[in-house]
Design a protein around this ligand. Structure first.
Ligand code: E4P
Length: 226
C-alpha cells in the first residue's frame, strides 16, 4: 500500500517526510500556484527533500499531445529522480501517453472519473491511474465505487497499472479506497497526520508513562534501568 502526500508546500513536505513512511509526493497545477513561486525551483526543492528514490508526480499543462510530450521530456530532464508525468485522461492526453511510454518515462493518468477512462489509460501505458474520490462523491457519483470497479477490471484482465486513489477529504474515504483495492492513496497533509491519530492511543500511552513514572521516577527511560 503506497501513501503519498498531495501538496506542494515545502514546509509540510519536510515535516511529513521526516515522520511518516511516505512513498512520495503528488502535485497538480492548482497546488503549485498556491505556493506563488518559481515552478521548477519548487519541484527541485521537493525532489531534494524526498530524495531521488521516492516518487514525485508532476502534471503537464498542454492539451495538445505533442506539447504534452515536450513537457514530459523537459520535466524529466530538469527534475529527474523517480518522476511520474501526470497526464490528464483527455483524448490528446491518451495519445501523448503512448508516446511518453515509448520514450521510457513513467506516467500517472490523472483526472480519472470512470473505470473506462482507467482502462484506456492503462492500455496507453499509464503506470498509475488517479481516480478522484471526493470530486465524485461531491456529485453523488460514489468515488469508492469507481475505485472498486477499476480494481475489479484490472484484476479480471491482469492489468498491471496501479490505482493511486486521489482527492480525499476524510479518513473514511481513504480507508474505503484501500478496501476497494487501491494500490496507493495520495492525501493532503492534514489527512496524512490524521491517519496516525487515535485518542485511545494517546490515552493509553499517557497511562503507561504515568504508571512507570510513579514507580521509577519522572524522566527515567528503559535505557536508564539496570
Ligand atoms: C491528484 O492527483 C489530485 O492532485 C488531487 O488529489 C485532487 O484533489 P482535490 O479534489 O482535493 O483537489
Amino acid at each position: 500500500m503506497l501513501i503519498l502526500l498531495d501538496t506542494a508546500k515545502i514546509d509540510l513536505i519536510e515535516k511529513a517526510n521526516e515522520i511518516l513512511p511516505l512513498d512520495g509526493v503528488t502535485t497538480n497545477p492548482s497546488l503549485i500556484v498556491k505556493e506563488k513561486t518559481a515552478f521548477i525551483t519548487l519541484l527541485q526543492e521537493i525532489r531534494r527533500i524526498i530524495g531521488t528514490e521516492k516518487m514525485l508526480h508532476v502534471q503537464v499543462i498542454s492539451k495538445k499531445a505533442e506539447e504534452i510530450v515536450e513537457e514530459a521530456m523537459y520535466l524529466n530532464k530538469v527534475i529527474g529522480g523517480n518522476l511520474y508525468i501526470k497526464v490528464p485522461v483527455i483524448p490528446q492526453g491518451i495519445k501523448a501517453m503512448k508516446i511518453i511510454k515509448e520514450k521510457g518515462l513513467k506516467i500517472t493518468a490523472t483526472a480519472i472519473f470512470t473505470p473506462q477512462q482507467a482502462v484506456l489509460a492503462a492500455k496507453a501505458g499509464a503506470n498509475f491511474v488517479a481516480p478522484y474520490v471526493n470530486r465524485l462523491d461531491n456529485i453523488s457519483a460514489n468515488g469508492i465505487n469507481v475505485v472498486a470497479e477499476i480494481a475489479k477490471i484490472y484484476n479480471m484482465f491482469s492489468i498491471k497499472t496501479k490505482i493511486l486513489a486521489a482527492s480525499f477529504k476524510n479518513i473514511q474515504q481513504v480507508h474505503d479506497a484501500c478496501l476497494a483495492g487501491a494500490h496507493g492513496v495520495t492525501v493532503p497533509y492534514d489527512l496524512a497526520n490524521l491517519l496516525v491519530h487515535h485518542p485511545l492511543t494517546e490515552e493509553s500511552v499517557e497511562k503507561f508513562i504515568s504508571d512507570w513514572e510513579d514507580f521509577y521516577g519522572k524522566g527515567k527511560l528503559t535505557k536508564d534501568m539496570k
